[in-house]
Design a protein around this ligand. Structure first.
Ligand SMILES: NC(=O)C1=CN([C@@H]2O[C@H](COP(=O)(O)OP(=O)(O)OC[C@H]3O[C@@H](n4cnc5c(N)ncnc54)[C@H](OP(=O)(O)O)[C@@H]3O)[C@@H](O)[C@H]2O)C=CC1
Ligand SMILES: O=C(CO)COP(=O)(O)O
Length: 338
């Protein structure tokens, strides 16, 4: 078991995970990128900006100096937004001991390259990173409500180590050997949460939401299979599980952003009002590019892209999706009429 754990990123998720680990009795060092924010958190013991109402136990120290945060830590939990993963990995890499395990908890794809975040970490010299994913809103984890997630890595021993560290009475951790599927599930569900949010914002009803979630999972699975994932992973916590929570919970920033877009508010205004990261926005562009390169149909992703990046009115997406060519539901899985 690690003597000290460093959590890099003091937004909602980094704060909730630091609290979870501290409640397990670990000594936790939490890195906040702004010095004044680190000082405020260290003093007030509450992250009133990103996770109000959750108090930091005494065994969490908050600092802005990454070297001090990481020093002596056997485990580093990375909880910065996906757009900051490469830059943060560059800062981290020279500070890490050879045997330090890094766990990425961000959910997204790198915008320009379309790379999964573990691939970004490996490119930056962080070998065999673990990935923690699954249905887990910070607001509920911070309050100690029951949550189940998955951890994956290229090596079983790494995944099992992280499982043991995080596992607790209110936080059940499964391992899953499918690194590609787990990462893609966590990243791509955010696109579908934007879509279901838009549908809810237009009051299109429960049937529409269920259809978007189900057919959204179909297109996630299609792209996932083309990229080497096991399709069964998408039926698990990192796929369906996270899709359900993100498309149905009012804690979801992606869902809330989608609702505002569905009500006709412009994207810039929606993002400015959110004050938190909406990962589905860059991920939509990255996934659409990948799908086009690989020739994978992703009609919902395409419509979300058109709304986000081309200003298409959400109402016009309804007919674009409903009036597509007739097809067999399970054709993409090779299950069709004989
Ligand atoms: N919130 C949740 O429930 C969950 C979130 N996640 C994932 O965790 C990741 C982090 O999200 P979350 O904590 O929710 O985000 P928040 O919006 O709550 O907080 C964002 C955090 O990232 C920091 N940040 C912003 N830009 C940079 C940068 N360029 N370099 C370093 N740090 C930066 C912010 O610092 P500052 O205040 O200085 O701007 C802030 O600490 C995302 O990928 C998200 O999808 C995963 C599971 C659950
Ligand atoms: O991934 C999450 C929950 O599992 C967080 O989703 P949002 O970023 O939409 O809030």
């Amino acid at each position: 078991m690690p003597e000290k754990i460093a959590v890099v990123g003091a937004g909602s998720w980094g704060t909730a995970l630091a609290v979870l680990l501290a409640r397990k009795g670990f000594k936790v060092s939490l890195w906040a990128r702004r010095p004044e924010f680190a000082e405020m958190l260290q003093k007030n013991r509450e992250n009133s900006t990103y996770l109000p109402g959750v108090f930091l136990p005494e065994n969490i120290e908050v600092k802005n100096n990454m070297s001090q945060v990481v020093q002596g830590a056997n485990l580093v939990v990375l909880s910065v937004p996906s757009h900051a993963v490469r830059h943060t990995a560059r800062l981290l890499k020279p500070l890490l001991e050879e045997e330090t395990t890094v766990v990425n908890t961000a959910k997204g794809l790198e915008l320009d390259s379309g790379l999964r975040l573990s691939q970004v970490l490996e490119q930056e010299g962080i070998s065999t990173p673990a990935v923690l994913s699954g249905p887990s809103h910070a607001e509920e984890v911070g309050r100690g409500l029951p949550t189940s997630v998955v951890v994956t890595a290229k090596k079983k021993v790494v995944a099992e180590y992280v499982q043991e560290v995080f596992m607790g009475p209110s936080f059940r951790v499964y391992t899953n050997p499918d690194l590609i599927g787990v990462e893609l599930g966590g990243a791509l569900k955010n696109i579908i949460a934007l879509a279901t949010g838009m549908s809810d914002g237009l009051s299109l009803g429960d049937n529409a939401r269920a259809a978007l979630m189900t057919r959204g999972l179909a297109e996630i699975t299609r792209l996932g299979m083309a990229l080497g994932a096991n399709p069964l992973t998408f039926a698990g916590l990192a796929g369906l599980g996270d899709l359900i929570v993100t498309c149905c919970s009012m804690y979801s920033r992606n869902r809330r952003a989608g609702i505002e877009l569905g009500r006709g508010r412009p994207l810039e205004e929606v993002l400015a009002g959110m004050g938190m990261v909406v990962e589905g926005v860059p991920t939509t562009a990255a996934a659409r590019k990948l799908a086009q390169e690989l020739g994978i149909p992703m009609p919902i992703t395409e419509e979300v892209y058109q709304v986000l990046y081309k200003g298409k009115p959400v109402r016009e997406c309804v007919s674009a999706l409903m009036e597509r060519k007739r097809t067999v539901e399970t054709g993409f899985l090779g299950v069709t009429w004989s």
